[in-house]
Structure formats: C-alpha cells, structure tokens
Design a protein around this ligand. Structure first.
Ligand SMILES: NC(=O)c1ccc[n+]([C@@H]2O[C@H](COP(=O)([O-])OP(=O)(O)OC[C@H]3O[C@@H](n4cnc5c(N)ncnc54)[C@H](O)[C@@H]3O)[C@@H](O)[C@H]2O)c1
Length: 260
C-alpha cells in the first residue's frame, strides 16, 4: 500500500488507461476521483470501485472547460479534502492524415484537449497540490519524442504535453510539488482499438491488417502494453518512492524509444 487515503483526481479516469489507474491507485490506498467527459462510464468505473470497498467519487467534467474543472476540484475537496495527486489521462487521437491535408479544426481540437486540457486540469488542482506538496503525472506518449506517419497533430500535441510537464515541474518545484510525464507506447485501450478500426486499413495497409497485434513487430519486447502496466508506473510516480523524480519523461513502451 503506497498511499494512506490521499485523494487523487484522474482526468480521463473512465477511459482505458484512466480506469486502470483508478483501480490501481484505489487498491494502493488512495481515494480516487474519477473525472471524465463520459458520464455513464464515470458512473460505471466509480461504482466498480465502491463495490470493491474503495472510496471513490465520480465527476463528469470537460477538461477543456476551466469552470467545470474548478467545480470538479471543489467537489473532490468537499468529499475527500485537498487533493494530493493529479493524473491527466484525458486525451484524444486524430484521424490519420498527412500534415498538409489535416483539417485545421481537427488540429485545433487535438491541441485543445491534449494540451490546453492538461494545462487547465493542472491549474485547477494547483492550489491543492501546493498545500499538500503533492504530485502530478501527465500522460504524454512515446510520440512526444518521435514522429509517426500521418499523426502530426497528435505527436506535436504530445510533445507539448511533455514540455508543459517540464515547465510545471520547474515552476512548482519550490512549492514541493513534483510533475512527471508518463510516455506510453501502444497500449491496449479503446483509443487504439478505434485507431486500428478506422485508420489501419487505409494508412498502415499490410502492416496492420486490421489487427492490434500487427503493432508488435516494432516493439522490442514483442507485445503491446496492457493499461495496468501504465497504471503501475503512474502509481510509482505519484508515490513517495519517486520523491526525487521531477520533470522526467518515463517511457513505458517496451523499448520502442531506444530505437530512436
Ligand atoms: N492507448 C495508447 O496506445 C496510448 C499511447 C500513448 C499515449 N496514450 C494517451 O493515454 C491517454 C489515455 O488514453 P486511452 O488509450 O486510455 O484512451 P481512451 O480513449 O480509452 O481514454 C481517453 C479518455 O479521455 C476522455 N476524454 C476525452 N476528451 C475529454 C475531455 N475533453 N474532457 C474529459 N475527458 C475527456 C474520454 O472520455 C476517455 O474516457 C491519452 O492521453 C492518450 O493520448 C495512449
């Protein structure tokens, strides 16, 4: 048990990775605030946690809306007291398109959710984290540091998330707040299943053959990541075991990033 009832808010908390993080943190003794746009999924994940005997709160909020996020943080405080931790797992993908053809509204939407949404969540939680000397884990991506064909909006947004994390880590260091970026490789979640369904045949053609498993050949460890592996790292980064780690990018990618 790495935690003793510290409250942690997770944006995107009912998505594939966010829900795995909620389960992991709750099992590790944290009180979890599941925050997501998808109200039904928020209720489902929160119900699952409370049925298992954990303390959890579900809040439906758009991470791009500062008023909604401030209200979500207030609700969290009323239920559990000031937040100790924040994980920003809310994020969206882009439909595959070459940079010169990508629709600019798509570019803007991907950046709004992935970058500005991360900034807003951090800003909303900052006063709490300063009081508790807490910790932040942003969810960037292995693509924060590497280009991917026809994924310019997504990759650039994740590079921005990574650098935003460094800015936040620097600006909050004197307050005793740590911030680190988790950089997952391809992880078995609804986001990646949708990418395979919609873009696989068109963009990756033979390589993908419409199957998640076709991502495997480029991954040195020879398999996709499970969301629980990302959750285990987020738990570590939030915990006192990571007390001297801040401003870091932690790649949980089966070795993809070492290939450059
Ligand atoms: N799955 C992967 O292979 C992979 C790899 C690297 C990084 N990531 C990143 O991990 C994070 C989690 O992704 P996932 O794979 O679990 O996808 P997912 O689609 O299962 O979960 C994303 C969640 O974010 C929520 N969300 C989207 N827009 C929101 C908004 N405006 N406000 C609040 N919530 C919003 C969705 O409702 C969903 O529950 C994302 O930031 C994603 O970019 C995923």
């Amino acid at each position: 048990m790495r935690f003793s009832s510290e409250p942690v808010l997770i944006t995107g908390g009912s998505g594939g990775m966010g829900a795995a993080m909620a389960r992991r943190l709750a099992s590790s003794g944290a009180r979890v605030v599941v925050c997501d746009l998808d109200q039904d999924a928020v209720q489902r994940v929160t119900g699952e946690l409370t049925d298992a005997g954990h303390e959890a709160l579900g809040v439906s909020a758009d991470t791009c809306d500062e008023q909604q996020m401030l209200a979500a943080v207030d609700q969290a405080e009323q239920a559990f007291g000031p937040l100790y931790g924040l994980v920003t797992a809310a994020g969206i993908r882009q439909p595959a398109a070459p940079f010169h053809q990508i629709d600019l509204d798509t570019w803007d939407r991907v950046h709004r959710v992935n970058v500005m949404g991360t900034l807003i969540a951090i800003r909303a939680c900052r006063p709490h984290l300063v009081r508790t000397h807490g910790a932040i884990v942003t969810v960037a991506s292995v693509t924060a540091n590497a280009a991917r064909m026809n994924q310019s909006a997504y990759c650039v947004s994740k590079a921005a998330v990574l650098h935003l994390t460094r800015q936040v880590a620097l600006e909050l260091a004197a307050d005793g707040v740590r911030a680190n970026a988790l950089c997952p490789g391809v992880t078995r979640t609804p986001m990646i299943e949708e990418a395979v369904r919609t873009d696989g045949p068109q963009v990756l053609e033979d390589k993908l053959r419409g199957s998640l498993e076709a991502f495997r050949p480029g991954i040195p460890l020879g398999r996709l990541s499970e969301p629980e592996e990302q959750a285990a790292t987020a738990e570590f980064l939030l915990s006192p075991d990571a007390s001297f780690i801040t401003g870091a990018a932690i790649y949980v990618d089966g070795g993809v990033s070492m290939l450059g």
